[in-house]
Ligand binder design. Structure first.
Ligand code: GLC
Ligand code: CA
Length: 557
């Protein structure tokens, strides 16, 4: 099947995500900053990425590391000044790259002036900027649990009402039903667009449209009800996004990506090729979704078996192609390190499996997202003490499950080590100097001790490094339209070790074979492939078997 897809720069681009706190510290205070990013732009240009997405850098009390914003039109002094931002944007554009910024408007910080005003009285002008309700029989207005454990409602003594927070209590949800809230958000978005940014990554955007406040279903073993039916992917959310499109997005040439999860059908509504809402969304099924059905949600020992991961990714590939644009990724600041989760981070297999996973993702249909350090094959840090963590999600989960006696501390520490977000938030490993060259001061979170083996300086110079392998994959995407616009045909679906697929476009055929395991496995390579071998993570190959974590990409022109 040949797919005719309209060309667009954001379909052909590779995006690189920066978590500014952990990327590069330019002034020795232990916190990454905008000038630190500016100093590393040549590193990113050399890698070949087209777009840089920077997680929030706005003023914030940092209960959730900047995803709780207290001023949307300024820069957190920890990260620099507006002049630093302007210079950074200029530097990005001067190198032919683009900048996507994070739009966090499902909620603000509880220290945002709107909320400070809102909580003062029941009839103030900002009261309706947030969602306030009376309690029910002396308890919360409904049974919803927050994404960060505990109830989604916080009682506020000043006025004797509760406010809604789908995340931490310091992240009150905005009331999008109030047209004044939408005016504020759209004005602010326009302001950044006029400054010259090239796109938005929209934080939990699927939750903005609250349709009702009915009690939610309580899953077996769960302590609270789910807000899913009332707040996730509602018609109201779609209406707001169409309004956003008309009032802001359509006036510019932007990359828009929604953090919206959900199902393929849902994604097709958000990101359909008719362009009425967003360009693309992030799905969560292949990461968070793997744990579905466990009472503790993401906190589990569940691994990432090929069968499950492949079923999900292929379903999204086949479901969206020709209907909606897709994103492809395994890592971000909310997930553990991909080589630790899906691959094998032991010294023997780390490099091979990091490259295998990169091959698998970068040859898929959709815009690939690389999370900082992924291109080096950075691994989980495996903290052993609670005091090593920094993430509000960890502390709230500890309170809800361990302090209440419901989960054994050792089990919880094991889940944290495996899956916690702080695994992705340890500082970028630049070189073999103290603190991996991230800072001359004391880093805000520990640096992974493996920086002597895993660091950017060595990898840039080593032709066999994970970094140079990513560079080759990105170059292949830029050179061959089949990688961007080709069809997707799953192969070897009965094979429990090999993830294989083909892409086709105008007579070009790309075949991808990836061994997901640490064993040598039989594979009829010659029969399955056409054309020339263009990328591989091994120098020597067998004809009838794939070596441990071997990845092969063949191209017939
Ligand atoms: C998104 C962000 C995450 C944040 C949450 C609340 O999921 O990616 O880091 O904690 O939204 O803003
Ligand atoms: Ca700094």
């Amino acid at each position: 099947m040949i797919i005719e897809e309209k060309r667009a720069w954001w379909k052909e681009a590779v995006v690189y995500q920066i978590y500014p706190r952990s990327f590069a510290d330019s002034n020795g205070d232990g916190i990454g900053d905008l000038n630190g990013i500016a100093q590393r732009l040549d590193y990113l240009k050399n890698l070949g990425v087209d777009v840089i997405w920077i997680s929030p850098f706005y003023p914030s009390p940092n209960y959730d590391n900047g995803y709780d914003i207290s001023n949307y039109r300024d820069i957190n002094p920890e990260f620099g000044t507006m002049e630093d931002f302007d210079r950074l944007l200029e530097g990005i554009h001067a190198r032919g790259m683009k900048l996507v910024i994070d739009l966090v408007v499902n909620h603000t910080s509880s220290e945002h002036p709107f909320f400070i005003e809102s909580r003062k009285s029941k009839d103030g002008p900002y009261r309706d900027f947030y969602i306030w309700k009376d309690g029910k029989d002396g308890k919360e207005p409904n049974n919803w649990g927050s994404c960060f454990s505990g109830s989604a409602w916080q009682y506020d003594e000043t006025t004797g009402q509760y406010y809604l927070h789908l995340f931490a209590p310091q992240q009150p949800d905005l009331n999008w039903a109030n047209p004044k809230v939408r005016d504020q958000v759209f004005d602010m978005m326009t302001w950044w667009c006029d400054k010259g940014i090239d796109g938005y990554r929209m934080d939990v955007i699927g939750m903005i449209g609250k349709e009702n406040f009915d009690d939610g279903e309580v899953a077996p073993g769960a302590l609270y009800g789910s807000f899913e039916k009332s707040c996730q992917h509602t018609e109201t959310t779609h209406r707001y996004l169409r309004e956003m499109r008309e009032r802001v997005l359509d006036k510019y040439d932007l990359l828009t990506v929604g953090e919206a999860g959900g199902t393929c059908e849902g994604a097709i509504r958000y990101a359909s090729l008719d362009g009425k809402e967003l360009n693309m969304i992030f799905s969560f099924e292949h990461n968070d979704g793997l744990n579905d059905g466990t009472p503790l949600g993401k906190w589990s020992d569940h691994g990432a078996p090929l069968g499950e991961v492949r079923e999900i990714i292929n379903r999204w590939q086949l479901g969206l192609i020709g209907k909606a644009w897709n994103t492809v990724y395994l890592s971000n600041h909310d997930q553990p390190r991909q080589v630790s989760r899906y691959g094998n981070d032991s010294p023997l297999f780390r490099v091979r499996s990091a490259k295998m996973l990169a091959t698998l993702v970068h040859m898929l249909h959709g815009t690939p997202y690389i999370y900082q350090g992924e291109e080096l094959g950075m691994t989980n840090i495996y903290f052993t003490k609670l005091s090593q963590y920094r993430d509000v999600e960890v502390f709230n989960a500890w309170k809800q499950w361990v302090e209440s006696g419901l989960v054994h501390p050792e089990d919880m520490m094991r889940y944290f080590a495996r899956i916690s977000r702080d695994n992705a938030r340890t500082p970028m490993q630049w070189n073999t100097e103290k603190h991996a060259g991230f800072t001359t001061g004391t880093p805000w979170i520990e640096v992974n001790k493996n920086y002597l083996e895993i660091n950017a300086e060595d990898e840039v110079h080593d032709p066999d490094s994970v970094y140079n392998y990513y560079k080759a994959l990105i170059a292949l995407r830029h050179a061959e339209p089949v990688v961007v616009y080709g069809s997707f045909v799953p192969m070897l679906m009965d094979d429990n070790s090999v993830y294989a697929y083909r892409r086709e476009l105008d007579g070009q055929v790309l075949t991808v074979l990836c061994n997901w395991t640490e064993k040598t496995v039989p594979c009829a390579i010659q029969e399955l492939t056409e054309g020339k071998l263009v990328v591989s993570n091994y120098d020597k190959h067998k004809t009838d078997a794939l070596q441990p974590y071997e990845a092969l990409v063949y191209l017939k022109k």
